[in-house]
Ligand binder design. Structure first.
Ligand SMILES: NC(=O)c1ccc[n+]([C@@H]2O[C@H](COP(=O)([O-])OP(=O)(O)OC[C@H]3O[C@@H](n4cnc5c(N)ncnc54)[C@H](O)[C@@H]3O)[C@@H](O)[C@H]2O)c1
Length: 254
């Protein structure tokens, strides 16, 4: 029971394949109480079904480009639980055309949208979480290897993830004095709604299974377990890091 008496906010559940859902399952197994958000009415029903039987949970709308919805999430958490111990940020978006053309062709609009939703939202949510993390806290976000190396079709999302990883370091530096830690998990390719928008996810998985040291793909539950570690006190001296959960794919050269 690593998370007994801990309150967490999970942002990014779209369905049961979501990495955020795997994180939630791992945290629930260890006794956490969780608040969830859904992006819009279209996704509400799925998330509602998944979370309906979770005791003492909270479900709220949160489109991150709408500051009033973000403010409402933290106000409701304050009202129900009085505090927050951890935040799992597991959202990203880029317009589809920006994930198929050459990166060179990225429009200003697509660039700004990708960076606002996938990157700025971490800073936005961390700032809102800080006053509720009265006893310290832990913030975890999801990134990908395309931040460091060129991955075909990942394009502007790679730039967004590079900025996200840098944000993790700057936020960790600002929030360390409040005993709030900030880390990223760099997950290998997993078939989710968001991943379907990025080229051929099946082919990416095939390459990882062939070339990674463990000769297989990562499971969402393994990302969930790493998130559990990062939001628990077991990782109390780790902050500002990007931890790969990718069956070792990133260490390989030729
Ligand atoms: N699936 C992978 O292969 C993989 C690998 C590495 C990192 N990641 C990252 O993991 C995170 C979760 O993605 P996933 O793969 O679980 O897919 P997913 O589609 O299940 O989750 C993406 C979430 O982002 C939310 N979202 C998008 N735009 C939003 C907005 N404007 N406001 C609020 N929420 C918004 C969606 O509603 C959805 O819940 C993302 O940051 C993604 O880049 C995924």
């Amino acid at each position: 029971m690593l998370l007994e008496n801990k309150i967490g906010l999970i942002v990014g559940v779209a369905n049961q394949r979501s990495i955020a859902w795997a994180c939630a399952e791992a945290c629930l197994e260890h006794g956490a109480k969780l608040a969830f958000t859904y992006q819009n009415e279209r996704l509400k029903e799925k998330v509602e079904k998944l979370t309906a039987n979770i005791p003492e949970s909270l479900l709220l709308p949160c489109e991150v480009t709408d500051q009033s919805q973000v403010d409402n999430v933290f106000a409701e958490i304050e009202k129900k639980y009085g505090k927050l111990d951890f935040l799992i940020h597991s959202i990203a978006f880029a317009p589809r055309e920006a994930l198929s053309e050459e990166f060179l062709q990225t429009s200003r609009e697509a660039f700004l949208t990708a960076l606002e939703i996938s990157t700025y939202s971490l800073t936005q949510l961390s700032r809102a979480a800080k006053p509720l993390m009265k006893d310290g806290g832990s913030i975890v976000t999801m990134t990908y290897y395309g931040a460091e190396k060129v991955v075909q079709n990942y394009n502007v999302m790679g730039v967004a993830k590079a900025a996200l990883e840098a944000s993790v370091r700057y936020l960790a530096s600002d929030l360390g004095k409040y005993n709030i830690r900030v880390n990223a998990i760099s997950a290998g390719p997993i078939k989710t709604l968001a991943a379907m928008g990025v080229g051929d996810i099946g082919k990416m998985q095939q390459i990882v299974a062939e070339r990674s040291p463990l000769k297989r793909n990562v499971q969402a539950s393994e990302v969930g377990n790493t998130a559990l570690f990062l939001v628990s006190d077991l990782s109390s001296a780790i902050t500002g890091e990007t931890i790969f959960v990718d069956c070792g794919y990133n260490i390989m050269g030729i």
